[in-house]
Design a binder for this molecule. Structure first.
Ligand code: FAD
Length: 427
């Protein structure tokens, strides 16, 4: 165990939750000289998040690279995530420009592979004490600020004091509850179920997403030859769907355009899912506290962005607070920098996602951009950058992109219109 040094504190930072966000933050903080206690309520070092389709968007790549995880992921068979998207205008198939750089990517990799890998890297990092079987059950508070946690362990209760407490404990964050930081909820009008299959070839060997307005589905190839299939229908369909869950799931997949041939594949997991998964946003900090990953912002699973943001928010926090967390700076000012950056980068994405989560058909702006992306390769690349969360909503919907999309669609209409002498009056 790392030897406690500072008077009054056992560690510089205590993190609640050794999932993606917590483990990444522990590594990145400790590399900057911060002494970290990484607490995880589960005792099994191989534990992982089951309810996830684990496609990591390309914004995750630089963090995976900084963490040094890319070679291990490639070795574990993680699949570089190319994808095509079905829309009513046809398939959007982002490809690299002929003379341009390759498309940015990250990985499809099962959480049973990813979570133990990143947690073990955290445990091996000098300066990190991974404390398994430690469930945060309360906070230590002094003069209006948080200065540690109380944790329940197999040996009984213990108190761990630190300058900063990080809530990396998921959407129902215990740290947020005890610190009195509420979440703003946005209704999600879709439900979702998923299952894993083997021997399930996909068109082009790449991921597929179906925008069925309002229903959604996707299929992603993963490590070890496993393909995950998820369906996210409108909640109006839930009662009938639940009457025969297995039959409904399989029927939904069979009816997809260019459907994967699930009947000749082997299903290797149960069909699991969630019928109520609102989006959450929290203020990312409180006195002596910071939130990262789902504890700060839980997006709509249908966009597959939570893992990338869990890793990125860990990186943003480490960059903002490392120095102050060791007592060499103003912690409150550093927390304010983190909170501002978090809001600036993610608020717009969450706003659009919350609107789309109402399970409505595409609005005029979406119709414009999706139809153009189905018809034009550069628009498809632009869409890929947005879906990969490498550009924000303002960049995605900038006036030049909107004008280009309009031009693509006008040209398409012109090309599709029959010559005047063949058209019938009133057609
Ligand atoms: C159906 C579904 C599909 C999804 N698909 C994708 C996808 O394809 N791509 C994507 O990027 N994202 C996806 N997500 C989102 C993704 O799963 C989350 O955004 C991501 O796991 C967040 O990581 P995290 O580290 O913040 O939280 P978590 O992974 O939830 O980790 C939290 C950790 O904290 C621990 N913990 C909790 N309470 C305590 C406590 N009191 N004390 C100590 N430890 C505690 C937990 O045991 C856990 O280890 C999906 C989500 C759902 C529901």
């Amino acid at each position: 165990m790392t030897k406690p040094e500072s008077a009054g504190y056992d560690y510089d930072v205590v993190i609640s939750g050794a999932g993606l966000a917590g483990s990444a933050a522990a590594i990145l903080l400790a590399r900057r000289g911060v002494r970290v206690a990484l607490l995880e309520r589960r005792s099994d070092p191989e534990a992982y998040k089951v309810l996830c389709t684990h496609s990591l968007t390309a914004n995750a790549y630089p963090v995976l690279d900084e963490l040094g995880l890319v070679p291990a992921l490639e070795e574990a068979g993680a699949v570089r995530n190319e994808a095509r998207w079905y829309t009513r205008w046809g398939w959007i198939e982002p490809r690299a420009a002929p003379a341009g750089p390759g498309l940015p990517y990250a990985y499809n990799v099962r959480r049973s592979t990813l979570d133990p890998l990143i947690r073990s890297r955290a445990a091996q990092t000098p300066g990190v004490d991974l404390l398994l079987g430690h469930q945060v059950t309360g906070l230590v508070r002094e003069a209006g600020r948080t200065s540690g946690v109380r944790a329940s362990t197999a040996q009984g209760e213990r108190e761990i004091r630190a300058r900063l407490v990080v809530g990396a404990d998921g959407k129902d964050s215990a740290v947020a509850k005890f610190a009195g930081v509420p979440a703003r909820l946005y209704e999600n009008a879709r439900f979702g179920y998923l299952a894993h299959f083997r021997n399930l070839p996909l068109h082009g060997g790449i991921g597929q997403t179906w925008f069925l307005e309002p229903d959604m589905a996707y299929a992603f190839p993963n490590d070890d030859g496993v393909t995950v299939i998820a369906v996210l229908p409108d909640k109006k369909r839930l009662p009938a769907f639940r009457d025969d869950l297995e039959g409904s799931f399989l029927e939904f997949v069979r009816a997809l355009p260019e459907a994967p041939l699930i009947d000749s594949a082997e299903r290797v997991t149960k069909i699991i899912g969630t019928v109520d998964y609102p989006l959450h946003s929290r203020k990312p900090t409180a006195p002596g506290v910071a939130f990262i990953g789902d504890a700060a912002l839980t997006g709509d699973p249908l966009w597959g962005v939570g893992c990338g943001w869990a890793l990125q928010s860990a990186q943003w926090l480490a960059e903002a607070v490392a120095s102050a967390a060791t007592g060499r700076g103003d912690l409150d000012r550093s927390l304010a920098v983190y909170a501002r950056g978090h809001r600036r980068r993610l608020r717009g994405h969450q706003y659009l996602a919350a609107d789309f989560a109402r399970a409505r058909p595409f609005n005029p702006g979406e119709r414009l951009m999706f139809s153009a992306a189905a018809r034009d390769e550069s628009m498809a690349r632009h869409m890929h950058l947005f879906a990969s969360r490498l550009i924000g909503p303002l960049h995605f919907l900038n006036p030049v992109a909107l004008a280009k999309a309009a031009a693509v669609n006008i040209k398409h209409r012109g090309a599709a219109a029959p010559p005047a002498h063949l058209s019938h009056p009133g057609s």
